[in-house]
Design a protein around this ligand. Structure first.
Ligand code: UTP
Length: 304
């Protein structure tokens, strides 16, 4: 089965780091978020993947060289929203297709997710549904989709994983969205195309995805790091390490307190510092700093 992973976005909420890294390649718990996304897909035999690329596209193309599979890269020339990005990668055929966002990691059984005869939408319960695309259910089927509605009728948010039984039907719904110029927050949203499909009597089931890790904003990025982190480092005798801590290759930590929940990527030097609940990007050189709850780079003064 083919999967589409849109990774063209600017990732403005993770600036300044997304000026240097495509968001999907920012490291979490010791490796790029994209690797966490791909491994369970590959484990279930999904290796035919179309990446929608744009911002820092060459990084994604380069990164995928380490994997075997049928990968294609389609450029989204303008960042017009997720619906538009997905449309860029869709073809006119009657095969199923899986859509997986490039900034959300799922710990689920993809075979089970894709085993339905209906279209399937991954959902999570949230406290603040007005920030999300939301589903309204009737008899276990989706009755309506809402995108960032001020008073959504449920707290069941769309988590970022979608299974469609027929690529052509999705494609024509997004084409209609673009033709009718239906935008939310000035973007063509996939949720609004799904609402067009529902109105055409297309059936959608939902699939709870509680084990999901969003890496789109700093708070959830660090939450995901805390959840996915496993200890892996050599000894640093002059520093106190409070597990779990991951330290990459070619790093030197001296007279520092590191942890808990810290990821330090390759080629970092850290002296006389306290680092807790944070991710330090590669090639950083940090001295005499306290860094708590940050994604930090360079000398620690570049962070979000
Ligand atoms: P987001 O809506 O989080 O957008 O995209 P973004 O650009 O990555 O981040 P912000 O909002 O500027 O902080 C969710 C997923 O859809 C992709 C993104 O790359 C991300 O994987 N996307 C979004 C596109 O590929 N193209 C778009 O036009 C919008």
């Amino acid at each position: 089965m083919k999967a589409i992973i849109p990774v063209a976005g600017y990732g403005t909420r993770l600036k300044p780091h997304t000026e240097r890294y495509q968001k999907t390649l920012l490291p979490i718990a010791g490796k790029p978020a994209l690797d966490f996304i791909l491994e369970p897909l590959f484990d279930t035999g999904i290796t035919n993947i179309t990446f929608i690329v744009g911002h820092l596209k060459e990084q994604v193309i380069e990164h995928m060289k380490k994997y075997d599979g049928k990968f294609s890269f389609v450029e989204q020339k303008e960042r017009l929203g997720l619906g538009h990005a997905v449309l860029t990668g869709l073809e006119n055929n009657d095969d199923p297709v899986l859509i997986q966002l490039g900034d959300t990691i799922f710990d689920i059984d993809y075979n089970e997710f894709c085993s339905s005869t209906n279209n399937v939408i991954g959902i999570i319960e949230v406290d603040d549904p007005s920030r999300f695309g939301v589903v309204e259910l009737k008899d276990d089927k989706v009755a309506n989709f809402y995108e960032k509605h001020p008073n959504p009728p449920s707290n069941l948010a769309i988590s970022g994983l979608y299974y469609f039984t027929n690529e052509r039907i999705l494609k024509s719904a997004i084409e209609e969205l673009v033709k009718r110029d239906i935008k939310t927050n000035n973007e063509y949203q996939i949720t609004d195309a799904l609402q067009i499909m529902v109105k055409q009597s297309v059936d959608f089931s939902v699939f709870p995805t509680p084990n999901y890790y969003d890496v789109g904003v700093p708070e959830s990025f660090l939450y995901s790091n805390r959840k996915l982190l496993t200890t892996n480092h050599k000894d640093f005798p002059s520093s106190k390490i409070i597990e779990p801590v991951f330290v990459g290759n070619n790093c030197n930590l001296e007279n520092s307190i590191i942890g808990p929940y810290v990821t330090i990527m390759n080629n970092c030097e850290i002296y006389n510092s306290k680092i807790e609940d944070s991710i330090i990007l590669e090639d950083s050189n940090i001295a005499d700093k306290q860094i708590i709850g940050k994604i930090a780079a360079k000398d620690g003064s570049e962070f979000c």
